[in-house]
Design a protein around this ligand. Structure first.
Ligand SMILES: [Zn+2]
Length: 179
């Protein structure tokens, strides 16, 4: 059997493109509506007082859940299910069985609810090989610099901002890590 990325070069120019299509299909088809995942989400959903002035009159209570990482309660639309042991790669057809198994044989112990910002930080930490706390500090520093709030942030904390961005970034990260 000829590999599809060789036989259909105009559809998938590379094996990586083909595997990415397979990965997306499995995620969308099996993972997105996995019954165990949805049941986990349902069991951990709580009702909380709606504080959004736009909708609080119509919906006094809204669905929410507690983030396993920052421990804060977030509206359900800002909550994602994190698959703790789901980080299997799918780079070739040989990975297929392990990849699908990890995804479909999921149990409640493999799952946790996290808020979107924490989920991003966790992924970043895993990619960079750093701790969650360090990743959070780095992300926060990047955000402050982007919003041009880094100088004020440092001054407000009694620090003398470094003359360049790299220096200020390091100052912010160090300050956040101390907390
Ligand atoms: Zn969180």
């Amino acid at each position: 059997m000829m590999d599809p990325w060789i036989q259909h070069k105009t559809i998938w120019p590379t094996e990586a493109k083909f595997m990415s299509w397979v990965r997306g299909g499995i995620r969308a088809g099996l993972w997105k509506k996995h019954p165990v995942k949805l049941e986990f989400l349902r069991q951990n959903t709580i009702l909380t007082v709606n504080t959004n002035p736009r909708s609080m009159k119509r919906f006094p209570m809204v669905k929410a859940a507690r983030c396993a990482l920052c421990r804060a309660v977030h509206s359900i639309k800002d909550i994602e299910v994190d698959h703790l042991t789901g980080n299997h790669s799918l780079r070739s057809m040989d990975d297929l069985r392990a990849f699908i198994e990890a995804m479909i044989m999921v149990t409640f112990d493999d799952l946790q609810l996290v808020c979107k910002p924490c989920h991003k930080i966790k992924s970043y930490a895993e990619k960079q090989g750093i701790t969650f706390a360090d990743a959070r500090a780095e992300k926060h520093a990047i955000l402050l610099i982007k919003g041009k709030k880094d100088v004020t942030w440092l001054e407000e904390r009694g620090m003398i901002p470094a003359s360049n961005q790299v220096g200020r970034r390091k100052q912010i990260i160090d300050a956040l890590k101390e907390v």
